[in-house]
Design a protein. Structure first.
Length: 577
């Protein structure tokens, strides 16, 4: 059963219970059918026959009573009543006999029924003879017939009825016993089937529950053991169902944790190796610091050579500055004049735009005038002598003509103004030309002085190039060295703390003996890491005295120890070196 899935097991158990329920229901239905058949035999066969026989008995007794009443009473009313009752009873009993014949099927019942019919015929015949003698007035012979024939036939008739009653009572008892026996058998069968169903259900429940709870208990124990850090236990998978899959997943998880913990333990010494590499980096940094000192000495020599050249350039620069001030004043005047010219030209431009707008208005008025004239002609043609519309159109034409005249005046004034402004602009342009001549003269003088400055600046440029290269190299090296020193200090402290935390965290896990041996081998392999092929050699000579400078050394912000960003940044700095 362990190879079956839980869903399959549960389905099988429920299907089994359903089959048992169906069997139990079938047994109950079969027993109920048997019991119903027995009860049907009693209610639909035996009881109707007994009821019919009782009715026949009562009818026979009623006829006997009425026969005696006829023999005793002589009044016509009683005689008629007795005769009517006898006739009525005979009619009813005839129907009861037919019903009795329909319900009687057994052999003994059929023979008793035939005997009953014969006794009834004899009884009825005796009764008819008795009534005939009474009708003939032979009362004494009728009484004698009553005693000798009618009474004995009545007794035989009733005896046969009692025999049939006894037979039907015995049949009813037998049918009742059968029904009771069927009920007892049904109870026993249902009880037995229920006991079997309960026993099988309990067996299936216990079996399936154990097949689920045992692997789950193992899984809980394994998970609790792993939560405590104990990885030395073994997880055994014995089933292929969902619980087996769970145990298999826990087994894979434990193997993965064992591999991870072993790898972490084996690589813990890698942190120490990183510290060693930092130490080698410090040695390399010391060597580069000596190179920086040499570059500073060369820079000092270059600065002495540049001192004289810089002095001469300063004198020339003062003269050039004075000339530049004069040229600036002249250029300022020229700028003001040019600004006035610009403003004048703007006014001319605005006037031109206004003229264009007015011309557009005149053009529109002309077009409307043309349209109105055309409308006037059409109205005149239509109206003939009665041209009221023509008068309206004519007035509109006059109004538009007036507007055209006003626009023409405005155009004339604007044109006059534009001419005056153009003249002013010409005068200002002349002034600007004179001013620009002065500017040219001043610029020539500045150009001569700047030639001398250029010659001196050429010599200064060569020295400044050497200074720039040396200062740039010194600045880069100084900044990198400062940043590396701070970062290496922070990295060393972070590596130490991380190594302690890593050892404490990994120490929580407990491995088996084989796994511990594997981890120890990995640690031994990581203690001796591959060293770099070449290491910068530290100069044995004492460091030279460096030239002090006033410019502060730019330092990088210290990276946060223990972060991936710091690690990447350190790697970039080492590559820069």
């Amino acid at each position: 059963m362990d190879r079956l899935k839980i869903s399959t097991r549960l389905t099988f158990s429920f299907m089994t219970l359903m089959v048992l329920i169906l069997v139990l229901g079938g047994v109950a239905l079969w027993g109920s059918s048997t019991q119903r058949s027995a009860l049907t035999d009693i209610t639909q066969k035996q009881i109707p026959i007994i009821r019919t026989l009782n009715t026949i008995t009562d009818g026979a007794n009623e006829q006997a009573i009425q026969f005696r009443n006829l023999a005793i009473f002589s009044t016509e009313t009683l005689q008629a009543s007795a005769r009517a009752m006898i006739q009525k009873t005979r009619t009813e009993l005839a129907g009861e006999m037919d019903s009795l014949s329909k319900h009687t099927h057994s052999g003994l019942g059929q023979s008793l029924l035939e005997d009953l019919k014969q006794r009834r015929v004899a009884f009825l015949k005796s009764g008819d003879e008795f009534l005939a003698l009474l009708d003939q007035g032979q009362r004494d012979e009728a009484l004698k017939l009553l005693e000798t024939q009618l009474r004995p036939n009545q007794l035989e008739y009733q005896r046969v009825i009692r025999s049939m009653l006894d037979h039907q009572t015995q049949s009813s008892d037998v049918a009742s016993q059968k029904a009771e026996a069927a009920a007892d058998n049904l109870f026993q069968e249902v009880l037995a089937a229920g006991a079997i169903a309960i026993l099988l259900a309990v067996t299936l429940a216990i079996t399936i529950t154990r097949s689920i709870t045992r692997p789950l208990s193992l899984a809980m124990a394994a998970a609790d053991r792993v939560a405590r850090g104990d990885l030395s236990g073994q997880i055994t998978v014995k089933s292929q169902d969902e619980t087996g899959q769970l145990l298999s997943a826990l087994q894979r998880m434990q193997h993965s944790l064992v591999s991870t913990v072993s790898a972490v333990r084996g690589n813990a010494q890698g942190v120490a190796s990183g510290s060693a590499q930092i130490a080698m980096g410090n040695n390399d940094l010391s060597s580069r610091t000596e190179e920086q000192a040499s570059a500073l000495e060369q820079t000092a020599a270059s600065m002495e050579q540049l001192s004289a050249t810089v002095k001469q350039n300063a004198d020339n620069a003062r003269q050039a500055n004075q000339m530049a001030v004069n040229a600036s004043s002249v250029a300022t005047q020229g700028g003001e004049v040019v600004a006035e010219v610009v403003e004048t030209m703007k006014s001319i431009n605005e006037s031109s735009h206004r003229i264009s707008d007015i011309i557009g208005v005149i053009d529109g008025i002309a077009f409307q005038t043309n349209i109105l004239a055309l409308n006037a002609a059409v109205e005149a043609a239509r109206a003939g002598e009665q041209g009221r519309g023509f008068a309206v159109v004519a007035s509109e034409v006059r109004a538009l003509a007036g507007r055209s005249a006003d626009a023409a005046k405005e155009i004339k004034q604007l044109i006059t103004t534009s001419v005056q402004r153009v003249e002013q602009g010409s005068m200002l342009v002349d002034k600007a030309g004179e001013t620009m001549t002065d500017v040219v003269t001043a610029i020539r003088r500045v150009t001569d002085i700047m030639g001398e400055i250029s010659a001196a600046s050429h010599e200064q440029s060569s020295g400044m190039a050497q200074i720039g290269e040396a200062v740039t190299q010194m600045d880069q090296t100084t900044q990198q060295n400062a940043a590396l020193v701070e970062e290496m200090a922070a990295a060393a402290s972070s590596l130490h703390n991380q190594a302690q935390s890593l050892v404490e965290a990994v120490a929580v896990f407990k491995l088996s003996e084989h796994q511990q041996n594997t981890s120890a081998a990995m640690q031994a392999a990581s203690v001796n890491p591959s060293r770099p092929a070449t290491v910068a050699k530290v100069s044995e000579s004492p460091p030279k005295t460096l030239v002090a400078t006033k410019s502060p050394v730019l330092r990088r912000p210290v990276a946060i120890a223990g972060t991936q960003q710091a690690t990447d940044k350190n790697g970039d700095d080492w590559e820069t070196f």
